[in-house]
Design a protein around this ligand. Sequence first.
Ligand code: IMP
Ligand code: MG
Length: 182
Amino acid sequence: MPDKKVLVYTPEQITARVAELGAAIRRDYAPLLAEGEQLLAVGVLNGAFIFMADLVRAVGDLPVEVDFVRLSSYQDRTTSSSEVVMTKNLEKEIRGRHVLVVEDIADCGLTLAWLLAFLKKRQPASVRVAVAVDKRARRETPVDLDYVGFSLDDGFLVGYGLDYAEKYRNLPAIYEVVTPAG
Ligand code: IMP
Ligand code: MG
């Protein structure tokens, strides 16, 4: 049976919001970066790949370098397992750098809390977090989110990089999947 999907954010809404986040990031970081220094955006694969691509193009003339980690706390299911596994590490040295984590969703908060602890051990100059969507209702581990695209309570979302069992990442809008089993 095909999954039932309900439109939540249109591509136009996403584009407009990402432009606002990009402008805020540019405004906040421009005074922090020294001459010749670049912001290091760290995207969390796979979910953040589209948000990351849009966000780094929305910061105007702010110099940005990119790196990626791959983390997994979900196994093809709509429930979070309690473990975070890093299957791809950073490739850049982050000590003394201004780091912006770019993640698709903050849900329970476990993944971001794990990554922030991992990054802070490496003594960056600063770490901030940008998420496309903040799902607040299931938060267990508190995390400070500096740039939030959209906030909602709950619902399983797909599209704009987000998947349900590796499907729908390529959809340009964000939908809620309404599964028959709930
Ligand atoms: P957390 O550790 O519960 O905050 O899990 C966050 C991770 O779970 C995100 O990076 C997403 O990859 C995934 N996730 C959480 N909610 C959704 C959703 O609604 N759709 C797709 N992936 C989700
Ligand atoms: Mg993810």
